[in-house]
Design a protein around this ligand. Structure first.
Ligand SMILES: Nc1nc2c(ncn2[C@@H]2O[C@H](COP(=O)(O)OP(=O)(O)OP(=O)(O)O)[C@@H](O)[C@H]2O)c(=O)[nH]1
Ligand SMILES: [Mg+2]
Length: 313
């Protein structure tokens, strides 16, 4: 039996909802052909053997009015709501806030208490630190936290951009973790990292959704997550070369003079395939560490996933 989760992407027109979904599914080439979404668009993904249905709700005024009028039909059974706001268009913050208020009100009336993520979007890497954008960020945070408090809803805030895939992966992975109790995988990775002296380990599914991670500290976490973009680019640009490759090795000189070694391993033995990214100091021997993972920790992860599926069933 497969569990179904409904994720709703909502926000004003032109906020970037469809673009976010396209980047998450890796359809980069279709990005420049995106047109305003007419009504609702549904796509289905398989994550960890669960069915995820993404509802991309076109944000033009007539559709927004229609969703609120037919809230039962549109919002029922929502498991996760992702509200997207365009951080570059200050002239529409107020309008975006009012719609957010209305959406939270509709959820309240339907007695749906699902996790809510706020994507402060179009925070492109090249303009991220400009005073105007930082000012916009503050304005959005203030406005939206006021509405969420009013409805007694806790929101998780992310700053995202389609030019920073990592930002979208972190946001969406957090959403997935809110839906599925995958915390057990973090514990297994913690144990593995400590035994082998690694500084970081991340487990992804084939769409690069993070389902578990473990790090020495915040700095190694940030460095390791930064490399995700590089791996995605490699996989995308060298498609065919890396498709069947089981391992990619990678060295990185980080600015403070520390050199890290990375290895990405494709793991096909489980019910759904994964990547394991490991990160260590130059002295670490990736093949030895990976063989420990395979013999000792892979069976634990297999069991963890199995328990997860049977618990949810
Ligand atoms: N600079 C920048 N532009 C973006 C980003 N994400 C989306 N866009 C652009 O914003 C415009 C609107 O994107 P869409 O994905 O169509 O927005 P939408 O929210 O789906 O709009 P509706 O379907 O009308 O509700 C497009 O021109 C995108 O290229 C981003 O992170 N940065
Ligand atoms: Mg759209």
């Amino acid at each position: 039996m497969s569990e179904i989760y409904k994720i709703v992407f909502i926000g004003l027109d032109f906020a970037g909802k469809t673009s976010i979904l396209k980047v998450l599914e890796g359809s980069y080439s279709s990005l420049d052909q995106i047109k305003p979404t007419l009504g609702r668009n549904r796509t289905e993904w398989d994550i960890l053997g669960f069915k995820i249905i993404n509802w991309d709700l076109g944000g033009q005024k007539q559709y927004r009015d229609e969703y609120l009028a037919n809230k039962e039909q549109v919002l029922r059974d929502t498991n996760l709501l992702i509200y997207v706001v365009d951080a570059q268009d200050a002239s529409r913050f107020e309008e975006a806030g009012i719609y957010f208020d209305n959406v939270l009100k509709a959820l309240e009336e339907l007695k749906i208490r699902c996790p809510v993520l706020l994507c402060i979007h179009k925070m492109d890497p090249d303009i991220l630190n400009e005073p105007e954008i930082q000012n916009n960020l503050e304005k959005i945070e203030d406005l939206f936290s006021e509405y969420s408090q009013r409805h007694d809803v806790e929101i998780k805030v992310f700053t995202t951009s389609i030019f920073d895939q990592k930002s979208l992966i972190e946001m969406f992975s957090e959403g997935i973790r809110q839906l599925m109790p995958v915390g057990i995988l973090n514990q297994i990775l913690d144990e593995f990292r400590k035994e082998t002296g690694l500084v970081g380990a991340i487990l992804f599914d084939l769409n690069f959704f993070v389902i578990g991670d473990s790090f020495l500290d915040v700095t190694t976490r940030n460095t390791c997550y930064q490399t995700i973009n590089a791996f995605i680019t490699l996989m995308r640009d060298f498609k065919g070369i890396y498709d069947d490759e089981r391992q990619i090795n990678f060295n990185l000189d980080v600015m403070n003079g520390i050199n890290y070694k990375f290895q990405l391993n494709k793991i096909s033995e489980l019910t759904s395939p994964f990547y394991l990214l490991i990160m260590g100091l130059p002295t670490f021997d990736p093949s030895q560490v990976f063989s420990i993972f395979r013999t000792k920790y892979l069976p634990k992860i297999d069991k963890g996933l199995h328990d997860l599926i049977t618990r949810i069933d």
